[in-house]
Design a protein around this ligand. Structure first.
Ligand code: MG
Length: 388
């Protein structure tokens, strides 16, 4: 019986994780749950999965939950999330807190020696060197939940890194694959939130439409699989059936396919190296008929170029890119800036940052917070310009 702590249990990944657990109650036990402030869903989850501990980021929400007389210890704040992640009884922590707030609790869980099922890619984007070094030092396995990285992990299957020619990440192309660059200035948050294949949270759906998600995934792959940047490629594959591929030195390419549903990569991370039944419907290729591929249009989508540039610059630059993108996506969802301003805010914030190298997670969180403020200043200027 594997005991799980699920950080981010009321988000899309968290709910899918609990769905996998509920289909295999003989294999998994939930010992801790953590969420930001969605206590309605959390209450239902506590009643169904009976964890020992729940943590709520928002103190007021935690107080509200305490008044509901649930048979569970209730923690709150950043420290509460950390305690849920380092709880003695957990064998594995599912790291699924959305965005940069996930870094601290994930890092604490690694230091406590917990194996990690990693959905919060920001932990590696912001602090890949520090996080991977801590995992190695503590004998921790980081198993990817991101569908592309799960695919690569499955295609690699322990093979020698020297045999890898390329890691090829697939991208659906998001909501606006067939729109021209000039049309993108005018798209609304509602349009951007309609993803053709995947049902995901709001932030990642926008990142998918800008292709920034793929850029962040390049950085994630760089740290997870320890290959040079020039060995990581991106290809647009609108059907989202091949989740990524590895090309080997002998010209063979191994691809991983399934229906696009996050329960696939989640169940693999939970059960690795085994596989669970009753997760996804069988793949019917004769019904799908067509799998197509194209090169990403880097003029239309500068996000991938920006992320390669951030990784080449190294140090704190990927963290700054991520913080600026989080601020810009929030501003776009609030209607303050245009869709195409997202890239401009990221590029402008990066050009005002001088790369440094830091050694601690506290320092990297400081860099992230300052970069977010800088991005918000840039956003405010754009907002004023848009009004005129
Ligand atoms: Mg992904």
């Amino acid at each position: 019986m594997k005991k799980l702590s699920i950080l981010g249990s009321t988000g899309s990944i968290g709910k899918n994780t609990l769905e996998v657990v509920s289909r295999h109650p003989d294999k998994f036990k939930v010992v801790a749950l953590a969420a930001r402030n969605n206590i309605e869903d959390l209450e239902l989850q506590v009643k169904e999965f009976k964890p020992d501990v729940v943590a709520v980021f928002d103190e007021e929400a935690a107080e509200n939950l305490k008044n509901r007389d649930l048979p569970v210890d209730i923690l709150f704040g950043e420290q509460g999330l950390i305690e849920a992640g380092i709880i003695d009884s957990a064998d594995m922590v599912v790291s699924a807190i959305a965005g940069s707030p996930g870094l601290g609790p994930t890092y604490a869980a690694i230091q406590a020696g917990k194996d990690i099922a990693l959905a919060t890619k920001e932990a590696l984007v912001m602090a890949g060197d520090i996080v991977m070094a801590a995992a190695a030092a503590n004998g921790v396995s980081i198993i990817p939940v991101d569908s592309e990285h799960s695919a690569v992990f499955q295609c690699l299957d322990g093979r020698d890194r020297k045999e890898i020619e390329k890691i090829i990440l697939t991208a659906s192309g998001g909501s606006f694959l067939n729109r021209s660059l000039s049309e993108l200035d005018k798209v609304t948050p509602e349009e951007a939130l309609k993803h053709p294949n995947w049902d995901m949270g709001r932030k990642i759906t926008i990142d998918s439409a800008t292709l920034m998600n793929k850029g962040l995934e390049v950085i994630e792959a760089y740290w997870l699989f320890n290959v040079p940047l020039e060995k990581i490629d991106v290809v647009i594959h609108p059907q989202s059936i091949i989740h990524s591929m590895v090309s080997y030195v002998d010209g063979s390419v191994i691809a991983q396919m399934s229906m696009p549903d996050m329960k696939g990569p989640i169940s693999y991370a939970l059960s690795y190296p085994g596989r669970l039944g009753d997760i996804l419907p069988a793949l019917n290729l004769s019904e799908i008929r067509e799998l197509t591929f194209e090169k990403p249009d880097v003029d239309k989508y500068p996000a991938i170029t920006l992320t390669y540039r951030a990784l080449e610059s190294g140090g704190t630059m990927p963290c700054v890119l991520n913080a600026a993108n989080e601020a810009a996506v929030d501003a776009f969802l609030d209607g303050d800036i245009a869709f195409t301003d997202i890239w401009r805010v990221v590029a402008d914030t990066m050009s005002e940052h001088k790369t440094i190298h830091v050694d601690t997670i506290e320092d990297i969180i400081g860099v992230s917070n300052r970069a977010r403020k800088k991005a918000e200043d840039i956003i405010n200027i754009k907002k004023e310009q848009n009004k005129q």
